[in-house]
Design a binder for this molecule. Structure first.
Ligand code: NAG
Ligand code: NAG
Ligand code: NAG
Ligand code: NAG
Ligand code: NAG
Length: 170
């Protein structure tokens, strides 16, 4: 009898531990860490620090980006990022295209983004809304944008982009 009780409590401990560990490595933590990599690559166009709310508190075992400025979630996964007119300067090189599988809306219009739009943009497979207008993005508009089959709205005006994507979309 004692043995069964011991076994049962051991099993309970293992299950609880496992739940804790998988929670700590939940999608929201991965998405938070990925977004922080991008944040680290950004500069501010103003004298304010860049995205002060984008941080992981060490007291918090659960790291979620869902309460960060400009970030909205569905469940515990990022569904919308809106940093329009926020005064960020930077590139897409460290943007976590592969780590945001449920991102539906991305509005980074009216900022100081420069460099190219990487072809990895096609990894944002649930994207319905993309606004990168009024930045300094240059180079070729990646035809991979045409692979975003859910995309309904695309704003790229007022950049230094080259090339038409009409062919790929049509
Ligand atoms: C969490 O990640 C797993 C494995 O990567 C995936 O199957 C699942 O759909 C994700 N859940 C959400 C809410 O994104
Ligand atoms: C930043 O601060 C410096 C010195 O305090 C000031 O001269 C400059 O205009 C400020 N720039 C912006 C964008 O606010
Ligand atoms: C982003 O936020 C601004 C104002 O904060 C709003 O006008 C705009 O519609 C938002 N964009 C999206 C895609 O929700
Ligand atoms: C995102 O896309 C995947 C595969 O295309 C799909 O299974 C999933 O349901 C989508 N998530 C949302 C929130 O639409
Ligand atoms: C656009 O393409 C032309 C020819 O390929 C090139 O000379 C020019 O530098 C490009 N402009 C930009 C802004 O990338």
């Amino acid at each position: 009898m004692k043995r069964i009780a011991l076994l049962a409590s051991l099993l309970f401990l293992v299950v609880t531990l496992h739940a804790c560990i998988s929670h700590a490595h939940s999608n929201s933590t991965a998405e938070a860490l990925a977004l922080l990599d991008w944040k680290a690559s950004l500069l501010s166009l103003t004298n304010h620090s860049v995205l002060p709310s984008w941080t992981i508190s060490s007291r918090n075992a659960e790291a979620s980006p869902c309460s960060w400025f400009g970030v909205h979630c569905k469940g515990d996964s990022v569904s919308r990022i809106n940093l329009t007119s926020y005064g960020v300067k930077g590139t897409f090189h460290a943007f976590p295209f592969s780590s945001l599988p449920n991102l539906e809306e991305l509005d980074l219009s009216i900022n100081g983004l420069f460099g190219t739009i990487p072809p990895q943009i096609n990894r944002l497979s649930n994207l319905t809304y993309l606004d990168l207008s009024y930045n300094q993005l240059s180079g070729r508009t990646p035809p991979q944008i045409g692979q975003l089959i859910h995309l309904k709205t695309l704003h790229l005006v007022q950049n230094l982009l080259n090339g038409s994507i009409l062919k790929e979309i049509g």
